[in-house]
Design a protein around this ligand. Structure first.
Ligand SMILES: [Ca+2]
Ligand SMILES: [Ca+2]
Ligand SMILES: [Ca+2]
Length: 309
């Protein structure tokens, strides 16, 4: 079933079969959607995945330390959708406790339905088969993928958002019992890409699993490399995932914001975003300093410091 709408004019879509070698136009139950600007075949038709803002984090083969970084956050209650989950993870809602761990797979189960895989482990700090409520996880890591199409899915209770290379692959923004939500991503170049999952539990059952969909439509848990799934690691050679700069103070001085940080390795790049999940843009050039003064020209905003290049 496809639900389709578009806001501008002149766009179109067609069904394509997803294969391990590319995509071919067919009518098939095993299909995905290929989206063009202008009708396929017309002059000026552009296959939109080529315009994905997907950035390779590191070359293939530079993965270190397999697994996922999992940040587990408990809160007093009141998180019921993905926006509120992201606010909680960003520290904009009360947090009662927090835990960091490395997990080999994402197959968590607290209570209720277990999803596609019954191998689930408790969420960090929780007991199995106990109806804990009001928590969220933020998962980060690096996934190694070959160029071309890849399909992923997340089975969850409640919802989630999955990003690869900064591209939203799939999401379910409201509460639900365990169910699959799948999505595909076009990887422009073989390499290692950042991966992030935000997922929360409000009340009732709770479970979450991240799987890869093989071309024959079978599922395998991501990072189950023994069964052919793509590898995920917590860090890569040469930086990404290594010691990151940590912001130690943000002060308003006149019409400016002075941000100071420590750790990481110079050069640094300061970036800002207007909204949670919004695009990050560079402020100033890469710097070897550990402080920067930037104009406070918005009612609200977010600041981060990343490795410069
Ligand atoms: Ca499961
Ligand atoms: Ca629960
Ligand atoms: Ca639930």
């Amino acid at each position: 079933e496809v639900t389709w709408y578009e806001r501008g004019g002149g766009n179109n879509f067609e069904f394509v079969q997803w294969t391990d070698t590319g995509a071919a136009l067919v009518n098939s139950a095993a299909s995905t959607v290929k989206v063009y600007q202008n009708a396929p075949g017309e002059g000026g038709a552009v296959f939109l995945p080529s315009a994905y803002q997907i950035e390779m984090a590191a070359p293939a083969g530079s993965c270190l330390d397999p697994g996922f970084n999992v940040r587990f956050v408990k809160h007093p209650g009141g998180v019921g959708n993905l926006t509120q989950c992201e606010e909680l993870l960003a520290g904009l809602r009360p947090i009662t406790s927090e835990n960091l761990s490395v997990q080999p797979l994402l197959d968590f189960w607290s209570s209720g339905g277990q999803g596609n895989f019954e191998s689930g482990v408790p969420y960090p700090t929780l007991q199995p088969d106990v109806d804990d409520n009001h928590f969220a996880i933020e998962v980060t890591g690096f996934i190694e993928l070959t160029a071309g199409w890849h399909m992923f899915g997340f089975n969850s209770d409640d919802g989630f958002g999955l990003d690869i290379g900064g591209h939203r692959v799939c999401e379910f923004v409201d509460g639900r019992g365990v169910a699959d939500t799948n999505g595909s991503v076009y990887i422009p170049q073989t390499g290692i890409y950042e991966l992030r999952v935000a997922h929360w539990e409000g009340e009732g059952g709770a479970a979450g699993e991240l799987y890869y969909i093989n071309p024959d439509a079978t599922f395998v848990l991501v990072n189950d490399t023994a069964n052919g799934a793509p590898a995920v690691c917590v860090a890569v050679e040469g930086g990404g995932g290594g010691e990151a700069p940590v912001i130690t103070s943000i002060e308003v001085q006149g019409g400016n914001v002075v941000v100071t940080w420590e750790g990481g390795t110079a050069p640094y790049q300061v970036q800002v975003a207007d909204t949670i999940g919004g695009a990050w843009s560079n402020i100033g050039a890469p710097t070897n300093d550990t402080t920067a003064t930037i104009p406070a020209d918005g009612a609200a905003g977010f600041i981060r410091v990343v490795p410069g290049s």
